[in-house]
Design a protein around this ligand. Structure first.
Ligand SMILES: Cc1ncc(COP(=O)(O)O)c(C=O)c1O
Length: 366
């Protein structure tokens, strides 16, 4: 069996041709493909507007600036990629945390409600591993407190929560197109989705140097546009997203079938009538996680840990905000136990079975 990677982005001739065509025939920045990609992405997610950006982090940062967070607080989960909280700092806010929930690894709505303070301006749940966070109670909290709810949907393109796609439920949704994500633009990229015209215009202005017209700028903006060639690549990817997510769910089902009897590992939540996950990652909560990773590595199976250090315990967060071990025990425990197994749409059934056999072998099964 050849080495099995964690993730493998799909690159076809059609995608490469689309990119080359955009470079040859369009403006390299803010060309026709950029506008088409935004229209198509908005239609897919189910929002009126989509604004493309240079990365998922930029999407989060500019969404938060548009929401007016400067000098205020953003409440999020410490169990996410560091960019979630960094974007709040980059937007001029103070990041605050409420712990993750043990059942779905996402921001715990009850703990978030309790952590809301007079300076909380934004509630920022993350749909971790492609599994939608429990948004309804958080929407209620954010409305009641006059806050903005921004979804970090960077790992959740196409997932569904109570009939709506992630990114269309809060005031804004933020996506990343980094190459390992469920869809990419052939490099870095991001998108903000929203139904709110004012927020859409604000984000569009902020990404383009704060420009209101060619030579006039009325805010301090950024250069954070998505290149036209990347948008052209993304348009082709978007057409495959549903089929790839379907394949990810089939792989997850196969993993679950093969591993369901393991006592040493907890399988990820599968979703149901209200929740359709997209398995950006297939993450086990596993005993002796680091030893398992090493064992798999020796068999040519790549694995990863998302995330071994919760954000509040990252050195920079400890230095800046004084967080200590024990502040968010669920997130800290997850950081010690989670392991992500290979997951990508082109993964073959025999590869999934090979990974499962290795996991079972590690734990002493057959
Ligand atoms: C949950 C989450 N938030 C934010 C980001 C940042 O996105 P990007 O790497 O495109 O800046 C990522 C991915 O990298 C992510 O997984």
């Amino acid at each position: 069996m050849a080495r099995i990677p964690m993730a493998r982005p799909v690159v076809t001739e059609e995608m490469v041709e689309a990119m080359a065509g955009a470079i040859r025939n369009e403006r390299m920045v803010m060309g026709e493909s950029t506008h088409k990609f935004e229209e198509e992405f908005a239609r897919y997610i189910g929002t009126k507007y989509a604004i493309s950006l240079g990365s998922g982090t930029a999407a989060l940062q500019l969404a938060m600036i548009a929401a007016g967070v400067q000098g205020k607080e953003v409440l999020t989960t410490p169990f996410s990629f560091i960019a979630t909280a960094n974007a709040a700092v980059e937007a001029g806010a103070v990041p605050k945390f409420a712990d993750a929930r043990a059942s779905d690894y996402n921001l715990d709505p009850a703990k978030a409600q309790k952590a809301i303070g007079p300076k909380t301006a934004v509630l920022l749940p993350v749909h971790l591993y492609g599994y939608p966070a429990d948004l309804d109670p958080m929407l209620e909290s954010s409305k009641k407190n006059g806050m903005t709810l921004i979804e970090d949907a960077c790992q959740a393109h196409g997932s569904i929560y109570r009939g709506k796609r992630a990114g269309s439920i809060g005031d804004m949704g933020c996506f990343s197109f980094y190459p390992t994500k469920n869809m990419t633009v052939g490099g870095d990229g991001g998108m903000v989705t929203t139904d709110d015209e004012r927020l859409a215009k604000q984000v569009a202005k902020l990404r383009d140097c704060g420009r209101v017209s060619r030579y006039v700028h009325d805010v301090i903006g950024f250069t954070s546009r998505l290149n036209t060639a990347n948008a052209a690549f993304g348009r082709v990817q978007l057409r495959h997203l549903d089929e790839w997510n379907e394949r990810r769910r089939a792989i997850a089902k196969l993993y679950a079938n093969e591993l369901k009897d393991l006592k040493q590992a907890r399988l990820p939540p599968q979703g149901g009538k209200d929740i359709v996950p997209v398995f950006h990652l297939y993450a086990l909560k596993a005993e002796r996680r680091d030893e398992l990773a090493e064992f798999l590595g020796k068999k040519g199976i790549e694995s990863a840990v998302h995330y071994p250090v919760p954000i509040h315990l990252q050195p920079v967060y400890q230095q800046l905000y004084g967080y200590k071990k024990g502040s968010f025990p669920v997130s800290e425990e997850l950081s010690n136990c989670m392991i992500s197994l290979p997951m990508f749409p082109e993964m073959k059934e025999e590869e999934v079975r090979f990974v499962c056999e290795a996991v079972r072998e590690f734990y002493g099964g057959k």
